[in-house]
Design a protein around this ligand. Structure first.
Ligand SMILES: C[S@@+](CC[C@H](N)C(=O)[O-])C[C@H]1O[C@@H](n2cnc3c(N)ncnc32)[C@H](O)[C@@H]1O
Ligand SMILES: [Zn+2]
Length: 356
């Protein structure tokens, strides 16, 4: 992470019914010394210490872990962290030894539980179809025609179009549950700084590689056509030097209240709890800010709203003082698993502001 963005963050440790909120300072210890990337503003490794409660949050391979209980996080995902650091990150020898203290026996698979394939983050579905099948028209029939028709109309496109229409100021934005940066890559150029947070260390590593080229750039990816056959595709992502990505929980965000001019929530409220996500999105939104949301309402058992999910969402926003100013339903979000296996969601999209 960039040291210059550190003043934006606060300690998310639960205290007095909310987050601790203490400022974080960078600290070097003999066990985990500070290492820097290039430019020197980039913290590659080190510890961020809360000046109020003393909680320490590590930075590993440029990724700050700003969850409420970082020790639990490191223990729980130890094996996934190791795997992903080996594939996509960089770790010094001291940091490697430091991380080993969180080693836990591999009792059961502990993964971050999401799918971050680049095809659905950065490419239009129709372009993927043309790369996945030699002749999409013959293979897919009317589905190919439909994909071509809805080209450029994904939920990412709808939210970024609305964001571009908002009046200034467009200083600081948050993408909460950002995944590998698909939406962030489209909206970062609209703001001075955009911070993406996700609970998945893998997602943040991938977003940093694709958008920040750190620690090394990801410039292509492998698209699975049929099983056993992959094709290398260029990764069409613009440089986003104004972006920053950290691991954090969107139901306990590491930011002070009212910080952001815009908060984006893309395909996450059905996964990480509507109530918790909205509480934190609204808490961190500036009084004059805009909240952008898209979701397929694919709720987990036990979390399905009783009423129409659009109504449930509007009421949940209204209970937090926000009114929907624009909405669009049935927005196609299509992504390929392999050439004959596609998933299509029809998303609800809206933008909301504080009611006057
Ligand atoms: C379906 S993906 C959407 C990713 C991205 N926003 C997009 O639209 O492409 C859901 C994301 O939410 C993240 N997530 C789930 N629970 C979370 C939580 N409590 N805090 C932060 N991110 C979370 C997952 O890791 C995953 O990246
Ligand atoms: Zn604290």
């Amino acid at each position: 992470m960039k040291e210059s963005t550190l003043p934006l963050f606060t300690c998310p440790r639960p205290l007095h019914g909310g987050g601790c909120g203490g400022a974080l300072v960078l600290r070097s210890t003999p066990a985990l010394p500070i290492t820097r990337g290039c430019p020197a503003d980039e913290i590659r490794e080190g510890l961020l210490r809360c000046v109020t409660c003393g909680q320490e949050h590590p930075v590993l391979s440029g990724v700050a872990i700003l969850t409420p209980h970082p020790d639990d996080y490191l223990r729980r995902y130890y094996h996934s962290l190791r795997r992903d650091l080996a594939r996509y990150g960089a770790l010094s020898d001291p940091a490697d030894v430091w991380l080993s203290r969180y080693h836990t026996p591999r009792r059961r698979k502990q993964d971050y539980g999401a799918d971050f394939r680049f095809s659905q983050q950065f490419e239009d579905a129709w372009d993927v179809a043309r790369a996945a099948a030699d002749d999409p028209q013959t293979l897919y029939g009317p589905f190919a025609e439909w994909l071509a028709q809805v080209r450029g109309q994904s939920p990412y496109a709808v939210l970024s179009r609305w964001a571009a229409q908002q009046a200034a100021p467009r200083r600081l934005a948050l993408d909460t549950g950002c995944g590998a940066g698909g939406l962030a890559s489209r909206v970062t150029p609209l703001y001075q700084t955009l911070i993406g947070v996700d609970l998945s260390f893998l997602a943040i590593l991938l977003a940093r590689k694709a958008l920040l080229h750190a620690p090394t750039a990801e410039r292509s990816y492998l698209l699975t056509r049929w099983r056993g056959d992959t094709v290398e595709r260029p990764l069409p992502v613009r440089d986003c030097p104004g972006a920053e990505f950290v691991v954090a929980d969107c139901t306990a965000l590491p930011f002070p209240g009212g910080l952001f001019d815009a908060v984006f929530s893309s395909n996450v409220i059905d996964i990480a709890s509507m109530e918790g996500c909205l509480d934190e999105a609204v808490r961190t939104l500036d009084a004059a800010g805009s909240f952008f949301l898209t979701d397929p309402f694919y709720f987990r058992d036990g979390e399905v709203p009783r009423e129409d999910p659009r109504e449930a969402l509007r009421s949940a926003l209204s209970a937090r003082g926000l009114t929907v100013s624009e909405e669009q339903d049935g927005v196609p979000w299509a992504w390929s698993i392999y050439d004959r296996h596609w998933r299509v969601y029809f998303n609800y999209c809206c933008v909301a502001q504080r009611s006057r």
